[in-house]
Design a protein around this ligand. Structure first.
Ligand code: PGA
Length: 258
């Protein structure tokens, strides 16, 4: 069965005491989702990962927001997949448009990150998304196809099973402008078709494809109702516990998860 996922990307927000408080509130309230088909993933700053305690929650885990493409060594300021794994995180976000932009990541660097993350035992939340200009020029599908082909489609079937794909149109991130449910569904269906062509329909149907970009309590319902949208990667709204839990409840309700 396809997993429904709600991931919170805290970006460069929260001090350790703010983050711990926020995480503990989420952990406490997420407990009631324990028997549902929903996974909550929190991606705080690196520094917080080691001190966050997931307690007994079955469906709550931690992710890093990035990792190095290198194994270890003289890379001041970078954090390896192995270090992330060693603090108990289960996954890592790779290819967020902010790291693509600010760190000059190319699809080939991202491929290396994907490989090393999986080798070290992490799951990958791989982000792809087009710019406003790409969409205006009707190149959005082409751009997405290149992003997933160059960084993901070399993976074996077993390793591809460790990947969650996040569709995040750049123009929707932190802007308050969300992709319409039609735009998002269309792209998610396209991604699923690509996966099906490269692997097979069973794998395509089992892959969780989540949406990110100004997803909030107001628009989550319409987005999650779409059949190929399996949850969200939430930035701003994940910093407010009530909003994040409300979005999680919406995901459960729209998918009628038992
Ligand atoms: P946003 O961020 O929800 O604040 O738009 C989403 C993301 O960048 O993952």
């Amino acid at each position: 069965m396809r997993r429904n996922i709600l991931a919170g990307n805290w970006k460069m927000n929260t001090t350790i005491s703010e983050g711990t408080k926020l995480f503990n509130s989420i952990e406490e309230r997420a407990y009631s989702f324990s028997d549902k088909n929903i996974e909550l993933i929190i991606a705080p700053p690196y520094t917080h990962l080691a001190v966050m305690d997931i307690g007994n929650s079955k469906n709550l885990s931690l992710a890093a927001q990035n990792c190095s493409s290198k194994e270890n060594g003289a890379y001041t300021g970078y954090v390896s997949a192995e270090i992330i794994k060693s603090v108990g995180a289960k996954s890592v976000i790779i290819g967020h448009s902010e790291t693509r932009k600010h760190s000059g990541e190319t699809n080939s660097t991202l491929k290396k990150k994907v490989d090393i993350a999986i080798e070290k035992g992490l799951n990958v939340i791989y982000c792809c998304g087009e710019s406003e200009q790409d969409r205006k020029q009707n190149r959005h599908k082409e751009v997405i196809e290149v992003q997933v082909t160059e960084a993901l489609f070399h993976l074996s079937q077993a390793d591809f099973g460790k990947v969650i794909v996040a569709y995040e149109p750049i123009w929707a991130i932190g802007t308050g402008i969300t992709a319409s449910p039609e735009q998002a569904q269309n792209m998610h269906a396209f991604l699923r078709e690509l996966i099906s062509n490269v692997y097979n329909t069973v794998i395509a149907n089992e892959t969780s494809i989540i949406y990110g970009g100004s997803c909030n309590t107001k628009n989550a319902n319409d987005l999650f109702k779409s059949k190929d949208i399996d949850g969200g990667l939430i930035g701003g709204a994940s910093l407010r516990v009530d909003d994040f839990i409300e979005i999680a409840t919406t995901l459960i309700d729209t998918k009628a998860i038992d």
